[in-house]
Design a protein around this ligand. Structure first.
Ligand SMILES: *Cc1c(COP(=O)(O)O)cnc(C)c1O
Length: 450
């Protein structure tokens, strides 16, 4: 058709006009030398944690072995093992010689059907509502890309996982932050959350259970967030990579299960619950009961064709992994993390200057710091650095997650290591915590209990 070429040209110029202001200045003349600028997107992509950590001078005390309580990878210390059923399933997937090829870019139908069954608690969906991604990060990226664009904004939790900001800001999508309040076990400040919504708000991101807080929202609290979304016609992106990862006494409720009239894009995966971050297996579940996301769902499927789909060896193993991993595997991990949380909480609760907040799930604990009582240090970054210099204990400063005067510790380390780390943190406080500029005589005697 002679007109199709014209159409393509016309739509091409519309795109370039809309993105014009975001592009590098490009010379109008042909190049006469090798001067190759990087794209604006690549230059605007920042890793906040790396930027903050690289500014610290980390020189551990040579007399004390380093204890990194900073690494959010459950495989680091070798104390938590992948379920043998999962390993066997992957071996069978390879040996079958059936899973070396391309799949549909949204994933094999049988793998999507397996996810569909696994996420039954989220609400009823079909395999067509599922897009398999390369890890949960790629699921989040596709959701943000499909639902928001330059000039719009998304609402993010603070403190929160820095990846959301990395994904959005590089695309000139504004990040607006709703506060999670430590005094109410990190519930969202709902009044403030709603006040942030304006005509440009494309989505509310809810991360439950939370990284870095280890908090788990109650059903009632989640309902209130859903009500806000409904009143304002704003969809929810749910980062539920820690779903089911809750300690006894708490309940994990999928936000989609409460959202009758609000569309929810739920992001999940194998990464944390199955202890396999390197397998890069994540997914999006599109919950769109009233069919209001039509174009966005198509957009997500379009985006999935950009990398031609995710790892098919793991897709081949997925039905077996999701069905045959025994409950005892999940229970054992929760048990280990819960015990570590209780141990760290008990020790640090007795340390003047530190205020641990007991988590209800995930793999982390936030510890508040009374920075005013550490007059030698300008701020929490300085304190974190000196904790490495003197005690060889490294925690991520709260500023990595958008909050000052906290540190985040990971709970996936072996028990003796977390105990040793907390005792060293107590020793550190004993030497540096001051009231009216004087060391108080609290002593470390209590540590004998542990
Ligand atoms: C670890 C983590 C992810 C990323 O998971 P991958 O599957 O490794 O991409 C996403 N969100 C949160 C909150 C996380 O802690």
């Amino acid at each position: 058709m002679p007109t199709s070429g014209l159409d393509r040209k016309a739509s091409g110029s519309v795109v370039s006009k809309r993105t014009e202001g975001l592009l590098n200045e490009r010379p109008s003349e042909k190049r006469t030398s090798w001067n190759i600028p990087a794209s604006t997107l690549s230059k605007n992509t920042r890793n906040v944690i790396r930027e903050i950590v690289e500014k610290l001078k980390l020189t551990p005390n040579p007399d004390k072995p380093m204890i990194p309580l900073s690494i959010g990878d459950p495989t680091t210390f070798g104390n938590l093992n992948v379920a043998e059923q999962a390993i066997d399933a992957v071996k069978r997937s390879i040996d079958s010689n059936k899973h070396h090829g391309y799949a549909h870019s949204a994933g094999h139908e049988f793998a999507r059907a397996a996810i569909c069954k696994y996420v039954e608690h989220q609400g009823s969906v079909t395999p067509n509502d599922i897009i398999i991604c390369s890890g949960c990060s790629s699921a989040l990226e596709m959701c943000i890309l499909a639902i928001a664009e330059a000039g719009q904004n998304i609402l993010l939790p603070k403190p929160g996982f820095p990846l959301y900001n990395t994904l959005a800001e590089s695309l000139h999508i504004e990040c607006k932050y709703y506060d999670l309040l430590p005094e109410t076990n990190w519930e969202a400040d709902l009044v403030q959350l709603e006040s942030l919504i304006d005509s440009k708000t494309a989505a509310i991101l809810v991360n439950n259970p939370s990284n870095p807080c280890g908090s788990v929202f109650s059903r009632e609290h989640l309902k209130k967030i859903v009500e806000i979304a409904e009143r304002n016609f704003v969809p929810i992106i749910a980062d539920e990579i820690y779903e089911h990862f809750v300690f006894p006494g708490s309940e994990h409720v999928a936000v989609s299960s409460l959202a009758e009239n609000v569309p929810v894009l739920s992001c999940g995966g194998l990464t944390k619950r199955f202890l396999v971050p390197g397998w890069r297996m994540g997914w999006i579940v599109i919950h769109d009961r009233n069919g209001v996301l039509g174009e966005v769902s198509t957009g997500i499927r379009n985006l999935s064709t950009r990398i031609l789909g995710s790892n098919t060896i793991i897709q081949g193993a997925l039905p077996d992994i999701l069905e045959h991993t025994p409950q005892s595997f999940y229970d054992d991990i929760i048990d280990i993390l819960h015990n570590n949380a209780k141990l760290a909480f008990d020790i640090l609760s007795e340390v003047p200057g530190f205020k641990p907040i007991m988590p209800a799930g995930a793999m982390y604990m936030m510890v508040g710091i009374d920075i005013d009582n550490f007059p030698e240090y300008q701020d929490d970054l300085h304190l974190v650095q000196e904790l490495v210099t003197e005690q060889s204990v490294f925690c991520l400063p709260g500023s990595c997650f958008g909050i000052d005067n906290y540190v985040r510790i990971v709970l996936t380390v072996p028990e003796d290591m977390i105990k040793e780390a907390c005792i060293r943190m107590a020793e550190f406080c004993d030497q540096h915590y001051k009231v009216d500029n004087r060391i108080i005589d609290k002593g470390l005697l209590f540590v004998g209990k542990y």
